[in-house]
Design a protein around this ligand. Structure first.
Ligand code: FAQ
Length: 327
């Protein structure tokens, strides 16, 4: 692969200039870059970073909810939750496939995660303490994911954009199942309503942080927007999400834990309070409540799956041998 990568990247300079020109034209026309097209190294690198981090988030993101599969309150809830967690695994697979088209093999991407060199979304380092957390994750976390990811369906890199279309459709279902859990709890007993409120209180701030640091502290945004990878800035999407969830929380009969939240007539948006960015940085550095547990579980699952990878490799070798014999 190293050779292939070197071949892929070693473009003669005349070709490189023509490639750059073609790339610029495609971006300017708001069209799509495909895997075989020439692309600047920085574009390849930042996309590999973003798409692989996104894939890792989907895979690690299975853990908080998987924790509740055996404790779901009914058979119906259990099957819905199993389906949702399986969907997240599927999203991880589409995204690793999209990332691979940029030239880095999946094993390498996976090693980066297991060795703690790659990031995944901060939100998945928080514990899922009660059944109501399944509702808050669906409504707030998947809701934030949709808000962030719908514009990514129009991202400039073809394989990423196409993967996002299907992912967003499934995320919409996820958000509705979270909403429904919260709605039932908030219209149940006083204790159930309290449980729903407590879950919303704990997930609100971390869900808003999923959009990334404020624009002024976001080193990648400017270039990613110039390349049409990102269509909106972190703060724009965060604002869009807040504007969306305020009427929804009212319909749930719950509240958002922010005393500064109020409609701003002049701006035509809700104002909201400053988020705890020190906590965000600390979680990203590995010091969130569940970082160690999440990585431990991922490494364990990877090791437990070794026999599957070995069997698949032996099967592939046998198939290749058969094909060669026939040829
Ligand atoms: N957590 O310069 P920016 C899901 C990092 S949804 C951790 O603003 P960028 C669905 C960032 O990587 C969750 N790290 O970066 C689901 C960068 O670090 P680097 C996943 C964060 O890329 C639901 C540094 O901070 N969604 O999984 C976070 O322009 C339920 C500076 O930041 C996506 O990945 C964070 N929250 O913008 C699954 C969406 N925010 O690499 C299961 C696609 C920032 O320079 C259950 N990604 N960082 O060392 C994106 O849209 C972008 O990458 C952003 C960050 C918006 C996340």
């Amino acid at each position: 692969m190293a050779n292939n990568e070197a071949q892929l990247h070693a473009v003669p300079s005349e070709e490189e200039a023509a490639g750059q020109q073609r790339f610029d034209k495609i971006i300017q026309e708001d069209s799509r870059i495909e895997p075989r097209d020439w692309m600047p190294e920085g574009y390849r690198k930042t996309l590999t970073r973003q798409v692989s981090q996104h894939a890792h988030s989907e895979i690690i993101g299975m853990q908080p909810e998987a924790n509740w599969i055996t404790r779901a309150p009914s058979l119906k809830r259990k099957s819905i939750l199993i389906a949702k967690v399986q969907d997240e695994a599927g999203h991880g697979l589409y995204l690793y496939s999209a990332a691979e088209t940029l030239g880095t093999p999946r094993d390498t991407l996976n090693d980066q995660l297991l060795e703690g060199k790659a990031k995944y979304s901060s939100i998945f380092n928080y514990p899922a303490r009660t059944w109501a957390d399944m509702g808050a994750i669906g409504w707030l976390v998947d809701g934030a994911a949709i808000c962030n990811q719908v514009p990514l369906c129009r991202t400039s890199y073809g394989p990423y954009g196409r993967a996002m279309v299907r992912i967003c459709k499934e995320e919409s279902f996820h958000q509705r199942q979270g909403w429904e859990i919260l709605y039932e709890l908030s219209h149940g007993t006083e204790e159930q309503k309290q449980m729903a409120q407590d879950a919303v209180n704990r997930f609100y701030g971390p869900a808003l942080q999923m959009f990334g640091p404020p624009d002024a502290d976001s080193p990648n945004s400017k270039q990613s927007m110039a390349w049409n990878i990102k269509r909106f800035s972190n703060d724009e999407l965060r604002q869009r999400f807040v504007d969306m969830i305020v009427p929804q929380v009212e319909a749930l009969g719950l509240t958002l834990p922010d005393p500064d939240l109020k409609w701003n007539e002049e701006r035509g948006h809700y104002d909201f309070g400053e988020l705890d960015w020190d906590e965000f940085k600390s979680v990203i550095r590995g010091n969130g409540p569940c970082n160690a547990q999440r990585m431990e579980r991922r490494i364990e699952a990877h090791e437990e799956g070794a026999w599957v990878r070995e069997a698949a490799a032996v099967y592939a070798a046998k198939q290749a041998q058969k094909k060669a014999e026939v040829a």
